[in-house]
Design a binder for this molecule. Structure first.
Ligand code: PGA
Length: 253
């Protein structure tokens, strides 16, 4: 059984004091090693990257990420952060193509492809987010849509490069305050399709969208799900620690 990746993006939440408290609490709890069979990761805002890196320490069992990065290494791109800059700040993962970035900031399949390539070029793990809207789901196009998003972003990668990619399937209708948790039944077909296409070829295929302490174990039980990518439930450290416990118990089965 593959390692279960369980992590959180803080999105645009937490000031430095709050970030320090969360990261410090996690470090204390883990005492230098990850739960067996689980790969924890945290993706703070850019302003907290070096702070969280410092608290977790070099060689931490918790991987650190950024929520976006530009595809160019440097240049006149006001407001952007490059992969080498993210790496310099201690990041090991680059989140790419979250639906909030696709919806509000013009992220496209073409830009996700450039960003995946940039992350791989510098040895960082691309965490590629894909997911369909409620309208696409209602029209019966979910699977086709997410396979297109994935294929477009991963086009042209060799076997070794692809093996370093993590995919997160996050249906837009299930994300955030306005989302509703997906049922296990709704996720079987998308994960079967993603599994057929990618399960032996990438590092992991995670589920995200209203993951909570009541549904986490069931979600991990879906075939081809190899981890959870979590927002709100993990923003409280206690919630995140409980998710790690649930994943550890699942990995031990
Ligand atoms: P949520 O966010 O867990 O708060 O629904 C999930 C996500 O956007 O990754």
């Amino acid at each position: 059984m593959s390692t279960l990746w369980v992590g959180t993006s803080w999105k645009m939440t937490k000031n430095l004091a709050e970030g320090r408290a969360w990261a410090g609490g996690l470090r204390e709890h883990l005492e230098g090693s990850a739960p067996t069979g689980v790969q924890p990761f945290v993706i703070p805002s850019f302003t907290a990257t070096t702070t969280v890196r410092g608290i977790l320490g070099e060689g931490s069992p918790v991987l650190l990420g950024v929520q976006n990065a530009h595809w160019e290494d440097a240049g006149a791109w006001t407001g952007e952060v490059s992969v080498p800059q993210a790496q310099d700040a201690g990041a090991q993962i680059v989140e790419i193509g979250h639906s909030e970035r696709r919806e509000h900031f013009g992220e496209t399949v073409a830009t996700t492809r450039l960003k995946v390539a940039a992350a791989l070029r510098h040895g960082l793990t691309p965490l590629l987010c894909i997911g369909e809207s409620a309208a696409i789901k209602a029209a019966g196009g979910s699977t086709e849509h997410i396979l297109e998003q994935a294929a477009g972003a991963l086009e042209g990668l060799g076997t070794e490069e692809l093996s370093r990619v993590v995919i997160a399937y996050e249906p837009i209708w299930a994300i955030g305050e306005s989302g509703r948790p997906a049922t296990v039944e709704e996720l079987i077909e998308p994960f079967a399709s993603l599994g057929r296409a990618y399960s032996d070829r990438v590092t992991g295929i995670l589920y995200g969208g209203s993951v909570n302490l009541d549904n986490a174990a069931d979600l991990l039980g879906i075939e081809h799900v190899t981890g959870l990518f979590v927002g709100r439930t993990a923003w409280r450290l206690e919630g995140y620690l409980e998710l790690l416990r649930i994943a550890e118990a699942h990995a031990a089965r």
